[in-house]
Ligand binder design. Structure first.
Ligand SMILES: *Cc1c(COP(=O)(O)O)cnc(C)c1O
Length: 340
């Protein structure tokens, strides 16, 4: 049996102190009157869209970059966009060179954001897994430190700081809805929440198209899925067949995983815009999508849904706001105006 380090609450508490200079802590948790009315219980929005990089991933990236060895000179990662932007931001704060490897599925807006931070953006392959081959090569052959977007204990501990904040802000929370991709976010937060308050219900939400963690949990081991275009582009990508941490954490600490359709994500993005006055990307809207589609079963009690990022392609976003059709890869999502 190989030795595997485990996550501890102390790691998350240490991360919270460490990330202070780079990531914003204690982000707001306002109520959503619209979702609260719909659900019949308080629904609160944990707003990570105010992070300097536009998404929560700055928490994990900051913790990982700040725990690198002193002699580190450069960092690399593969990314669906937001992790890369966060690593670029944190690397610049520490004076390190950053090379971000992304597939051609990553929206232009995210690539531009990364270049603006002075990092090199390398577009390589048709999927996140192919981009990862390049970041691994940079680590093996050119001495870069590789920071996984979700399967790294420092990253997971950084994301877990959101769990500490949620229970400080609303100790009475009974349900937390977490957008789910590689599971670093859901794994870290669920671990923190369940350690502090075992009765809390934690639900991962992801899109039907290419849900790698969902398929892996169902199979009982990490499996590969075909990556396809989604409005929730930040939730794309596999979990890695050699997954070391996030799969186990999600398996042990998530109560359920709910899948939402592209149409449901579309309507939830509209609802967040018109009802909550929020510009958020598709990945951020999956919690609302699940609530609006009646896919979260039972009485939810006070509930938080994570608004994880705002790095949306503005052309797609304005199309959605205006109720127009959106073409995504080989499918068309039928548009309709928002109906309150
Ligand atoms: C990365 C990301 C997620 C999912 O996080 P994982 O740790 O990969 O599960 C959710 N929302 C946004 C906006 C993201 O960038």
């Amino acid at each position: 049996m190989t030795h595997r380090a485990a996550l501890a609450l102390a790691d998350i508490l240490a991360a919270r102190r460490r990330i202070a200079g780079i990531a914003t802590r204690d982000t707001p948790l306002p109520p959503s009157p619209f979702l609260s009315r719909l659900a019949g219980d308080d629904v609160l929005l944990k707003l990570e869209i105010g992070q300097a990089s536009g998404a929560f991933k700055l928490r994990g990236a900051a913790n990982a970059v700040l725990t690198l060895p002193d002699d580190a000179t450069g960092v690399t990662c593969c990314s669906t966009g937001n992790h890369g932007r966060a690593v670029a931001y944190a690397a610049r704060a520490r004076g390190l060179r950053a090379v971000i490897c992304m597939s051609k599925l990553v929206p232009e807006a995210k690539i531009t954001g990364i270049r603006a931070l002075g990092a090199e953006a390398r577009i390589i392959g048709a999927s996140q897994d192919e981009a990862q081959v390049e970041s691994r090569r940079l680590a093996d052959e050119e001495g870069f430190c590789e920071i996984s977007p979700f399967d790294d204990l420092a990253v997971i501990a950084g994301q877990g700081t959101i769990g500490l904040e949620l229970l400080e802000q609303r100790p009475d929370l009974q349900t937390v809805l977490i957008p789910l991709s590689g599971g670093g976010l859901a794994g870290g937060i669920a671990f923190a929440l369940k350690t502090i308050k075992p009765s809390i219900r934690v639900i991962g939400i992801t899109m039907e198209r290419g849900a790698a963690m969902h398929a892996s949990l169902a199979a009982g081991e990490p499996v590969a899925v075909t990556e396809v275009a989604s409005l929730a582009d930040s939730l794309g990508g596999g979990i890695g067949l050699e997954n070391r941490h996030s799969f186990e954490l999600c398996r042990n600490h998530l109560d359920d995983v709910v899948l939402v359709t592209e149409e449901e994500i579309y309507r939830a993005m509209q609802a967040h815009y018109f009802e909550d006055r929020l510009v958020c990307e598709g990945a951020s809207a999956v919690g609302a999508a699940a609530l609006m589609a009646g896919k979260v079963s039972g009485r939810i009690g006070p509930t938080a849904t994570l608004i994880t990022g705002r790095n949306v392609d503005m052309q797609i976003f304005t199309d959605i706001v205006c109720g127009r059709d959106v073409a995504l890869g080989d499918t068309i999502i039928k548009g309709a105006p928002h109906a309150a």
